[in-house]
Unconditional design. Sequence first.
Length: 99
Amino acid sequence: MRARISGLITEIYTNISRYADKGVPYFLTIEEKNDEVIITQANGIANLTVDNSEDRGSRGPGNGLRMHAQWIDSIGGVPNTSKEYGEWILYASIPVSRE
């Protein structure tokens, strides 16, 4: 479980370094509540085109977060990502066992 969560955090920071607008602060919070780990992250999106859609340019296929979201979903967690007003927002609720 720790390795999976660590891998998700590494993926988040990798994406921030690649795709975030460097002129806009980002934030990342990691909380442990009851039997879950909650990760919340937001950053400005760099390289918006005139019509405000994302210009993927040299970006990869986007499988990193998708893989983590599938894992979170498969264990009963909540993975959620969205783009709102030029910001990328990620929320993940990951159930953890106390055993």
